[in-house]
Ligand binder design. Structure first.
Ligand code: SF4
Length: 65
């Protein structure tokens, strides 16, 4: 099943972990919060994206239903 993620903007504290681990999937938006730039996540980036998700200190990276 495809990996589809989003960043809860209220939970993101702009720590940069996700952007550092997987810049192909996470980038900064105009509010200086992280957001997902590819949806669904390409298969070859799934491992990195999930590592970024697990590394988020506020668990702001959530699975899209
Ligand atoms: Fe925001 Fe979490 Fe990414 Fe840090 S790891 S920038 S808190 S979404």
């Amino acid at each position: 099943m495809a990996v589809r993620l989003y960043v809860d903007q209220d939970l993101c504290i702009s720590c940069g972990a996700c952007v550092g681990i997987c810049p192909e999937v996470f980038d900064w938006n105009d509010d200086e919060k992280a957001h997902v730039i590819v949806d669904p996540v390409p298969e070859d980036l799934e491992d990195d994206a999930l590592e970024a998700q697990e590394s988020c200190p506020t668990e702001a990276i959530l699975d899209k239903e």
